[in-house]
Ligand binder design. Structure first.
Ligand code: GUN
Length: 289
């Protein structure tokens, strides 16, 4: 029977830590850390995510603001808003919610964000810092996964880790973090040959493919730690992960549920990234940088 990795409880602990850090920041600097979220268009899932991010920010004392733009916003207008937020001293973190409407060059918008305010960790400079083992802002979902692995007491040095999924948001940064923790890392994806056998090698298996209940018990090494990043709807509209929970639970060593596993960690880590960005900016300001 797998140990359940309770992301909801760990996320609540992270939020309490961030709230204490925010209080100390306000005392030291006389202002609240600021997080500005840009939402373009009416994607229903994005609207829910953004509302949750704003609410979570306000709950820990971060000044959260959402900039809602219509789906037909121009690239120039989006870049103009990002430039304005870059220049605003009260803004510590900028998050542009993805996906952006068709016709917008997402990478150009992400690369327009000042790296010091890049709380998503998607800027090319943040990506380069992560892969070269230097400190920068790190994407929220993979950071949340690392925190859950720490809570699970995973010993990553020398362990075999398989990340299924190669997105810029989860798969690639997750692989970089596991590598940084001295795991032997494989990035697998939908075109990987003999995918179940590859996954079965893993001491740590991270599923981030977006296919409902794809990973069954014969994909999992007995005792493995399994993190499920998937957020899918099954045929009956129920929220489910990439892992077939009921099938895998009897043989995994530890497993995240969906919902209540990795999901809550993403927002908690966004709040933590905002506090880290605020502290780093305050320090750079004090140095006159
Ligand atoms: N869309 C889905 N996940 C994310 C995320 O982590 N950050 C942003 N900006 N957009 C997303």
């Amino acid at each position: 029977m797998a140990r359940l990795l309770d992301g909801k409880a760990v996320a609540a602990e992270v939020r309490r830590e961030v709230a204490r850090g925010v209080d100390a920041f306000v005392t030291a600097h006389g202002r609240r850390p600021g997080l500005d979220v840009v939402l373009a268009g009416e994607d229903p899932a994005s609207q829910v995510y953004v509302r949750n991010k704003e609410k979570a920010a306000l709950e820990v004392g971060i000044a959260g603001r959402v900039h809602r733009l219509s789906a037909d916003v121009s690239q120039a207008a989006l870049l103009g808003l990002v430039a304005q937020l870059n220049a605003d001293a009260a803004v510590d973190g900028i998050l542009v919610q993805l996906p952006l409407p068709p016709g917008i060059d997402s990478l150009a918008v992400l690369d327009a964000i000042l790296p010091a305010k890049d709380v998503d960790g998607f800027h090319a400079e943040s990506v380069g810092l992560l892969w070269s083992g230097r400190s920068g802002l790190v994407p929220c979902t993979p950071r949340g996964c690392m925190r859950l692995l720490a809570e699970a007491g995973a010993s990553l040095a020398g362990a075999r880790a398989v990340v299924v999924g190669r997105s810029n948001i989860v798969g690639k940064p997750m692989a970089a973090l596991l590598l940084g923790a001295h795991a032997t890392v494989t990035i697998a994806h939908s075109r990987t040959r003999e995918l179940p056998a590859v996954c079965r090698e893993a001491d740590v298996l991270v599923a981030a493919v977006g296919r409902a209940r794809m990973i069954g018990r014969d994909w999992v090494k007995p005792g493995a730690i399994v993190l499920d990043v998937g957020m899918n709807r099954d045929e009956s509209g129920r929220l489910c992960g990439d892992v077939d929970f009921a099938d895998v639970e009897p043989i995994a060593g530890a497993l995240t549920p969906v919902p209540g596993g990795v999901g809550p960690m993403t927002i908690a880590m966004l709040l933590e990234n905002t506090l880290l960005a605020a502290r780093a900016r305050a320090l750079a300001g004090a140095r006159g940088a």
